[in-house]
Ligand binder design. Structure first.
Ligand SMILES: Nc1ncnc2c1ncn2[C@@H]1O[C@H](COP(=O)(O)OP(=O)(O)O)[C@@H](O)[C@H]1O
Ligand SMILES: [Mg+2]
Length: 307
């Protein structure tokens, strides 16, 4: 995978690593560092990916916005599940000099280090995207049979959990049986209940702000036998958000999230494999506006220094 180069003030991370920190992994969006003991440092860069491919340019401030939104949800779901977040304060990163503190301010999560589940927990409340494509062919979504006659973007009779693999180049749908086999039946059932409860909380809150939560993805991990919500939650990177005012069945509703980029990419002659196509700055601006909009709506504020 190539390292994206800086553009438009976006922080792209990766080789641009804070001195003195041990990088243990670099995901599509976040760089992970080991802190003392059992703590991790997650730095959200401004990288953006679509179809599991990281674009060459970033979206300025996106990492700050994601961190702000995720922190909001970790607080808001504390009654449903413990989570990994310990702090978002750069001052708590041991040995980081002031210049780097400023650079990383708003992008960091100091977390408990957990063992991530080998699956991703996708919850769908509406039928769209890859789910819609599968339904057209077979009447199922990830192997779950759905009533006949659903229309594109229609609300499902009830939300469903459709797990995928993790750590493969492209996430692959898993049937409920495969997920239960990977995790054990009890963990699978408990995780499903938790994922549905988290979806319901997010959907309910967002409905009050005129946003529909079409679908979203959670990651859980374990620590000393306890199940912990990790990674990010209910952000525009991990979810599809539709403005209720523009919602209609029978098409793909306009979107306030990464879908803006996906829709643009679908108009290009690109095979969804590396190398990524170069993007028009106007597209990146539209994506940025969408992320800021969602952030304001959900949290009532923007991260410090972002406007
Ligand atoms: N508390 C945690 N403990 C261990 N791993 C975590 C924790 N929180 C998040 N992760 C992992 O860190 C990575 C986050 O980086 P990201 O850029 O989202 O990666 P990806 O390309 O896999 O989506 C994910 O692989 C996620 O599973
Ligand atoms: Mg991720």
């Amino acid at each position: 995978m190539s390292t994206p180069t800086s553009a438009n003030g976006a922080y792209l991370g990766r080789e641009d690593a804070p001195p003195g920190l041990l990088q243990i992994a670099s995901g599509k969006v976040r760089d992970l560092y080991a802190l003392d003991g059992d703590r991790l440092l997650l730095v959200a860069s401004d990288r953006i990916s679509a179809f599991d491919v990281v674009m060459n340019a970033g979206v300025a401030d996106k990492g700050r916005v994601l961190t702000h939104i995720a922190a909001h949800w970790f607080e808001r779901t504390r009654d449903l599940t413990p989570n990994h977040l310990l702090s978002t304060r750069v001052e708590e990163i041991p040995g980081l000099d002031p210049a780097w503190q400023e650079r990383l301010r708003g992008r960091v999560m100091i977390t408990r280090r957990c063992v991530p589940d080998p699956i991703e927990w996708v919850v769908r409340g509406y039928i769209t995207g890859s789910g819609w494509k599968e339904y057209l062919q077979s009447g199922t979504v990830c192997g779950i049979a759905l009533p006949a006659g659903l229309r594109q973007a229609e609300r499902l009779p009830e939300p469903i959990v459709t797990p995928t693999t993790k750590n493969e180049a492209h996430d692959r749908p898993l049937s409920p049986d495969e997920a239960a086999e990977l995790l054990g039946a009890e963990r699978w059932e408990a995780g499903k209940r938790l994922a549905l409860a988290l979806y319901a909380r997010g959907a309910e809150d967002m409905a009050r702000h005129g946003i529909l939560l079409a679908d979203t993805k959670f990651e859980f991990g374990t620590l000393d036998g306890e199940v912990v919500l990790i990674d990010e939650a209910l952000t525009p990177d991990s979810s599809r958000f539709w403005p209720e005012a523009a919602y209609a069945v029978g098409g793909s509703p306009p979107s306030l999230d990464k879908q803006i980029l996906r829709d643009h990419l679908e108009t290009l002659d690109w095979d969804k494999e590396y190398p990524a196509p170069d993007l028009d700055p106007a597209v990146l601006d539209r994506v940025r506006a969408g992320y800021l909009d969602v952030c304001r709506t959900i949290t009532g504020s923007l991260p410090e220094g972002v406007s």
